[in-house]
Design a protein around this ligand. Sequence first.
Ligand SMILES: [Cu+2]
Length: 299
Amino acid sequence: MNGASSYSGLVDRAFIFILGTSILLLIAVTAVMIFFIVRYRRSKNPNPAQIEGSTTLETIWTVLPTILVLVMFYYGWAGFKVMRDIPDGAMQVTVKAQMWSWLFEYENGKQSAELIVPTGRPVALNLTSSDVIHSFFVPAFRLKEDCMPGRTNHAWFESIRDGEYDLLCAEYCGDLHSAMLSKVVSVPADSFDAWLGLDAGPPTGRQLLTLRGCVACHTLDGKDLVGPSFKGVFGKTETVVLPDGTERQVTIDEEYLRRAILEPKAEIVKGYKDQMPEQRDLVTDEEVDALIKFIKGLQ
Ligand SMILES: [Cu+2]
């Protein structure tokens, strides 16, 4: 696949050089090996000869590989340096990874579950995680960088072509790791500015389900995933398991939903694993209200 970032050509150059060298060496070594097997087979050479060594040969097989790996190093370093030097004035986007979704926050506070970027402008990423180690991976941009809890990693890219590019998590991070997918959508700079400036107001309950990653584990159509579906859940009576293992019956009301969002470990619905990260520091009171209101209406 053709690279779609300003530095993808540098990454491809290093990759193709190393791959090409490896293939040539494989063919050369195999050919010499076969030649020696035939040429020096036992039936033709019953008495082995003593070989003293050859300075010329030893010099060649020391100098040639040294040059080869230095060229590999040069190509690798040239690309790496460009990828590490974030251009001044790049647009800043905060990437928040969590089990199992992505959230992108722009400088003006706008949030999105897909990474919308302007084509032809550098974008600097500040990568964080709210739970375990994830890895931000966009194959088309040749970009992969870890998202770690408790620290911020940095990366950047400049998309050179409009289009939609796959964005995946490249660090095994639990049950739904393989579903931790999103998109980078690269659009012309003026449409991007229009999108960014669009003041949509606070996100609705439905939008929050996507932005906060709820829908990674909870469906809206009654199907069972890692967690119970939201459909028809309000008003239901469920058996929940407390941290000490005791069980009790609860009716799912607003108060229960609030607890289930903020401190999910306190009461896990029986039959489900204790998997949900606490959302206490991740959602505001208004957002919880909006979420509860939406779930309540989902009968
Ligand atoms: Cu992940």
